[in-house]
Design a protein around this ligand. Structure first.
Ligand code: C2E
Ligand code: MG
Ligand code: MG
Ligand code: MG
Length: 267
């Protein structure tokens, strides 16, 4: 018990210092248009280069960052860095791709997320439609006027909005009507066994059909094989992301990936 408390304190202190010490780094995972094979975007995923412990994955620290409120300054760093990097790629002449950033509920609850997004766009020079914010169902299920107002103002900035891990929340789907989101990210748990589990196939098909009716985009997460990618395309899913195409990559590797995939004649 004591050791556990000590470890949590150590984690929290480490997180508090990590921004100033420059220990956070973003990796970027390509998002692929299933019809053309083109890279349409990248998702920025946070990693922590913790001294003596190597690269720490978000599963080991995001929850603690959320509980302690440290996700607010960390999230601010993520937004600024993702926009800066995306703009740097454009200035290098790489084909423009959207950069998607994950937002936590705490960043909404504590307010200020809109000003933070605005500042990240202004400081980087990235056009607003080059940024996508990934919201979780838990943010949107918090179907309050306050959240609605923030989401509308974010939308008003011209950024794109997607719903992450779609299908895993206990959703009343009515929020899709209220919140002007652009895209549903079909959760990995429905994608992994798509070929062998008839229920997963039915769920993915239903999500894609609903999205088409609502004129929303769809992207499947966690695509690990060509056959799953093929099946998703058959079902009408527009985009995909997963190890089959690429793992999350350091910025330099992602740039190399973009250069390799650029169609002939592209800048
Ligand atoms: P997420 O937003 O749903 O991100 C997708 C996760 O699936 C990533 O894990 C990614 O590496 C992993 N993934 C991608 N393709 C595959 C695949 O084909 N197979 C499998 N098994 N996994 C795949 P990661 O990077 O460990 O991130 C985990 C979660 O941490 C994210 O889930 C997101 O909820 C959270 N997270 C990451 N970065 C941030 C951040 O900057 N801010 C916030 N608030 N949360 C973040
Ligand atoms: Mg995400
Ligand atoms: Mg996700
Ligand atoms: Mg997920």
């Amino acid at each position: 018990m004591n050791a556990e408390v000590t470890e949590r304190l150590r984690l929290r202190n480490g997180l508090r210092q990590a921004i100033d010490r420059g220990e956070f780094v973003l990796h970027y995972q390509p998002q692929i248009d299933l019809a053309s094979g083109a890279v349409t975007g990248v998702e920025a995923l946070l990693r922590w280069q913790r001294p003596g412990e190597g690269l720490v994955m978000p599963g080991r620290f995001i929850a603690q960052a959320e509980e302690s409120g440290l996700i607010v300054p960390i999230g601010e760093w993520v937004l600024a860095e993702a926009c800066r990097q995306a703009m740097a790629w454009r200035l290098e002449g790489l084909a423009p791709v959207t950069v998607a950033v994950n937002l936590s509920a705490a960043q909404f609850a504590r307010g200020g997320v809109e000003a933070v997004v605005q500042r990240a766009l202004r400081d980087s020079g990235l056009p607003p439609d080059g940024l996508e914010l990934e919201l979780t169902e838990s943010i949107l299920l918090n179907n309050t006027e306050q959240v609605l107002a923030v989401v509308q103002r974010l939308k008003g900035l011209g950024v794109r909005l997607s719903v992450d891990d779609f299908g895993t929340g206990y959703s009343s789907l009515s929020y899709l009507k209220r919140f002007a989101v652009d895209k549903l990210k079909i959760d990995r748990s429905f994608v992994a066994d798509l070929l062998t589990d008839a229920d997963d196939g039915a769920i993915v098909r239903a999500i894609v059909q609903m999205a088409q009716g609502l004129e929303l985009g769809t992207i499947a997460e966690g695509v690990e094989s060509e056959s799953v990618a093929h099946r998703l395309a058959e079902l009408g899913c527009r985009e995909a992301q997963g190890y089959w195409f690429a793992r999350p990559l350091p910025a330099a590797d992602l740039a190399a990936f973009l250069r390799q995939r650029a169609p002939a004649g592209a800048p």
